[in-house]
Design a protein around this ligand. Structure first.
Ligand SMILES: [Zn+2]
Length: 310
């Protein structure tokens, strides 16, 4: 197999069908994604192989060893045609706020609800794989309550609510990647543990004046406190993280009609996945199918001369 660049990601459903009209085109795409530099036999290193598309296998021309490009992906050992999996992953990755098993069944025309549910479940589980890297500065960090009848800032009646802490990369006027976590309370220990686990060492970190953030400087972060004043309400002082929280609340309300604390962790991971790949549907599609390492796309670094001032 000669070296072939990864194909462009389809922008529309029409382009999608043109790119993946049959099982063979899907199998070819799989192989190109798994072996972007061309096939190489894990047994003998030979770079030539016969495709056995019906069995989703490649057979080495040198030693005859059969290799599966679906090993370790959601596509492995399923009877569902590749084309349906591709279509499902396309829908799940491009349709914010996501879709239900009933919608998927209807869209794919698959016979049973159970099949659609299983596919959807496996694709969504792919969003929950643990991340390895930390986001880079500068970042904004804040907390908010999710759930219950009202959401709001810390300190208010927290019955039935879950405290979520979030960090977002400041990128010019916009936002880069995010990290979200659930914490029991806005304590020093909880907040610094979250930040150390999710934000690169030494990064500039903007927070409000909550005392629990005070140790950040001694932990090596370039901590900047943004003070709320009477002219500016709280919403305006850390605009990016507040926008993230507001989108998160809208998404949870609209898609999941509110969630209990038990499921919130799963929804936070899905929201993170979608948010961090919102400009790179190709990366989302491939991650869902398990075709890439789990590294998130790095946002393009822009000059950010005009940024939040503390
Ligand atoms: Zn071989």
């Amino acid at each position: 197999m000669a070296h072939v660049a990864r194909p462009d990601f389809p922008r529309t459903i029409v382009e999608f069908h043109a790119l993946f009209p049959d099982e063979e085109s899907c199998a070819r795409y799989l192989a190109q994604s798994r072996w972007p530099d061309g096939f190489s036999c894990p047994n003998c290193g030979c770079i030539e192989a016969y495709a056995l598309p019906k069995r989703r296998l490649w057979q080495c021309k040198g030693c005859g060893r059969q290799t599966s490009p679906t090993a370790g992906t959601v596509l492995h050992r399923t009877r569902v045609p590749l084309q349906l999996w591709f279509h499902a992953a396309y829908l799940v990755s491009t349709m914010t706020p996501g879709l239900s098993a009933v919608q998927l069944q209807r869209q794919l025309g698959v016979g049973t609800y159970e099949t659609a549910w299983t596919m959807l479940h496996r694709l969504r589980r792919a969003m929950l794989r643990p991340r390895r890297d930390r986001i880079g500065g500068p970042v904004e960090v804040d907390e908010c309550f999710i759930g219950g009848s009202r959401s709001g800032k810390r300190g208010r009646g927290a019955a039935g609510k879950v405290l979520v802490v979030g960090a977002v990369e400041v990128r010019g006027e916009g936002s880069g990647r995010i990290r979200l976590g659930i914490i029991p309370a806005a304590t020093q220990a909880a907040l610094t543990t979250f930040i150390r686990g999710n934000v690169a060492d030494g990064a500039r970190v903007f927070t409000d004046g909550l005392a629990s953030y005070a140790p950040l400087a001694s932990l090596g972060y370039d901590h900047r406190t943004v003070i709320e004043d009477e002219k500016r309400n709280h919403r305006n002082i850390l605009p990016r993280i507040h926008r993230v929280f507001s989108n998160l609340k809208t998404w949870i309300k609209g898609t999941h009609h509110g969630v209990g604390a038990k499921n919130l962790e799963v929804y936070l991971r899905e929201f993170e996945f979608r948010f961090n790949r919102r400009r790179t549907p190709m990366a989302a599609f491939q991650s869902l199918l398990g075709l890439t390492s789990q590294h998130e796309p790095q946002p393009v670094r822009r000059r950010w001369a005009r940024t939040v001032r503390s």
